[in-house]
Design a binder for this molecule. Sequence first.
Ligand SMILES: [Zn+2]
Length: 119
Amino acid sequence: MILSGDLKTLEWGCSKCKGDEFADGDDKRKIRNCDSESNPNVAWAWMPELRRCPMSQIDNEAWECIAWWSEYKEFNALPWGGSDLMDQPNFVIDVFVLCSNISKVAEEERAKRWRAQER
Ligand SMILES: [Zn+2]
């Protein structure tokens, strides 16, 4: 969702998915399907098979990995400091490769949709 540029869903939050400070979103928790398995009314272009609140499926470690990648893309900042990507621990490189690949797939999907609309 971050990688596909879906910032609207990124703002979602409830006390279950993001912690007690997001309790304001609890009234939408049922519609967004944070607690149950799937809902035919919930779907995203970037992951059509998900059909539930994406926030309920992301753990803290995944958030941290995405934050590393975002900071690198935006500010060239590396999680272990320095400026050489090759000096980072191997798992950081793995995370970046994974994020880049997902981002590429999302980008292609978006381009495909855009071309389909043009026709
Ligand atoms: Zn939620």
